[in-house]
Every structure is written in structure tokens, then in C-alpha cells.
Design a protein around this ligand. Structure first.
Ligand SMILES: N[C@@H](CCC[C@H](N)C(=O)O)C(=O)O
Length: 282
């Protein structure tokens, strides 16, 4: 049996999107790892499925798996690609706002044009237990020991866990070690996506993300939202911020704690093909 997929990306964060509107997608972690391999497979940061809605308020459900086969609750660049995919499939009209459901809950998407999507990403969650992050109470700054030194981070969930660290220089060689060290830090019992953010002004930041389950990526949508949430909660940025990632830029809008956060950015099709070995890795 062959498995048809669309190869897509959002600012260089790349995906295989599978039409599972007939029923839930069930692939083993070993198969997903085989598909994600950049030499012998399709190559992607995440696998996304488009499935029937699981609640009455949503039009569709989407599943998310990292390149190592682990599931995730949310994917910001991925949800823009899912919306663009639905538009190309004729299931979502331009400018319509539609609720679709992720594993961590609903988001609302609006396809602005064939290449650009706005998403209501919901309310950022700072309570440590809900991230999950081991800390006695919510704070704007936490100190964690990693790579043999105390590091100051912010922590937030955008439907998936994020640690955000402000740095002076995004090209500092130490970040190559700090990314993996924080992503696997024991105070994040489910692992964490780690963002390093450099402030250029109160409306413009640069970001690199080491993703849980996928490693360094060219962009991370929820990472950009998390960087905004942490910096704005501290009063360090305005309500509208441009986030530059290695693969492109995202626009993030957020008024502050308790409010919903909006992300706008690109979604691109690359090609469509068939995965010919659905049992690979089993
Ligand atoms: N690329 C994503 C995030 C994907 C999931 C993440 N690696 C996790 O395990 O939570 C994005 O654009 O948000």
C-alpha cells in the first residue's frame, strides 16, 4: 500500500502532510522515523495528518509527530500548512475563519491568500504544572542548571512546552550545547522546545529553536509565540513583534496575559508523492 503525502514547509520548518480525512492515521514511531530520514526517507521535521473532527465545534482534527516518532500537542508552522492544504483541497475558503482541533485543543485559522495564514493560537499557559515544568510557582524568570552552569529561562506552554532564553548573540558557539542540554532537562518531564532569542528592538527579535524530537529547525511557530509570550509578559516587547528565524519571519500579536495570541506567516507546497513502504522500520 502506498501512502500519498504533500511535502510542505512554513519558513523552512518542513512537513509531510497526509490526507487522513477517512479516519485517524496510525503509524508506528519506527515508520515515522523511517519516513523522516533525510537520506533514505521523505525528510521532514514533523509529520502532520488531516483527520475528521473529534468535536462538534471543529471542522477538522490534525495530528502531529516529530521526526523521532514522538507525538506533540501543537505545531505553529504546521497548522498554517494544514490550513493551506485544506484551502488547496477545496475544504477552506479564503478569508473564512474556521476552528480546527490540535491534540492540545482548538485553534482558529484564516487563509489570507494561497501562501499566507493567520492563526489564533489561544492563550499562553504559564502555570508550571500545565507546561509541564518543575517549579513551586509561576514566575517570569527561572534559574535552571544545565551544561554545568546556572541559566535564566522563561517557561510557557503554547499547547506544547517551551523554554525561552534571552541571549546577546545568536551565533555564540555555546548555543550548540545549550539547546540539547535544555531540551532534555529533567525539570521538563516531557522534554521541552528550547528557543534562544536576541532582542533587536521592542518590535523585532531574532530566534533559533532546538525542538524536542526534531533538533535544530529553520523555524518553529510555537517557538516564536513562546518567545513573544515570555518577553511581553516581562514587559520587554510591544504587542506586535516580527520574529526572524533562520528560514523566514513570522508576525506575532499578543496584548498580554489572559489574552489570545495571533501568529501570521507563510505556508508553502513543495511537491506531492507516495511513500512506498508504509511498513518501513516495523
Ligand atoms: N515545529 C513546530 C513544533 C513541533 C512540535 C515540537 N517539536 C514538540 O515536540 O512540541 C512549530 O512550528 O511549532
Amino acid at each position: 500500500m502506498a501512502l500519498r503525502f504533500s511535502k510542505m514547509h512554513g519558513s523552512g520548518n518542513d512537513f509531510a502532510v497526509i490526507d487522513s480525512r477517512g479516519g485517524a492515521l496510525a503509524l508506528s514511531p519506527a515508520t515515522i522515523r523511517a519516513m523522516a530520514d533525510r537520506h533514505t526517507g521523505i525528510g521532514f521535521d514533523q509529520l502532520l495528518s488531516v483527520e475528521p473532527a473529534r468535536d462538534r465545534a471543529s471542522a477538522f482534527y490534525y495530528g502531529i509527530w516529530n521526526a523521532d516518532g514522538s507525538p506533540s500537542g501543537q505545531c505553529g508552522n504546521g497548522v498554517r500548512c494544514v490550513a493551506a492544504w485544506l484551502h488547496r483541497a477545496g475544504a477552506l475558503a479564503l478569508d473564512d475563519t474556521v476552528q480546527i482541533q490540535s491534540p492540545s485543543g482548538p485553534v482558529a485559522v484564516r487563509v489570507i491568500d494561497a501562501h499566507r495564514v493567520t492563526v489564533d493560537m489561544g492563550v499562553p499557559i504559564f502555570e508550571p504544572a500545565r507546561i509541564p515544568f518543575e517549579a513551586p510557582h509561576a514566575a517570569k524568570h527561572y534559574v535552571v542548571d544545565a551544561d554545568g552552569q546556572p541559566l535564566e529561562i522563561g517557561a510557557v506552554s503554547m499547547g506544547n512546552p517551551h523554554a525561552v532564553m534571552v541571549v546577546e548573540d545568536l551565533s555564540a558557539p555555546a548555543l550548540a550545547r545549550l539547546g540539547p542540554a535544555l531540551t532534555g532537562h529533567p525539570r521538563f518531564p516531557e522534554g521541552v522546545n528550547t528557543g534562544f532569542v536576541q532582542k533587536l528592538s521592542t518590535r523585532h527579535v531574532r530566534l533559533r529553536v532546538h525542538e524536542r524530537g526534531s533538533g535544530w529547525t529553520l523555524a518553529c511557530g510555537t517557538g516564536a509565540c513562546a518567545a513573544m509570550a515570555v518577553l511581553r509578559q516581562r514587559g520587554e516587547v510591544d504587542a506586535s513583534v516580527q520574529v526572524d528565524l533562520p528560514g523566514g519571519s513570522l508576525q506575532i500579536d499578543w496584548n498580554g496575559p489572559g489574552e489570545r495570541l495571533w501568529m501570521t506567516g507563510p505556508a508553502a507546497f513543495v511537491f506531492e508523492a507516495e511513500w512506498l513502504d508504509p511498513q518501513a522500520g516495523d
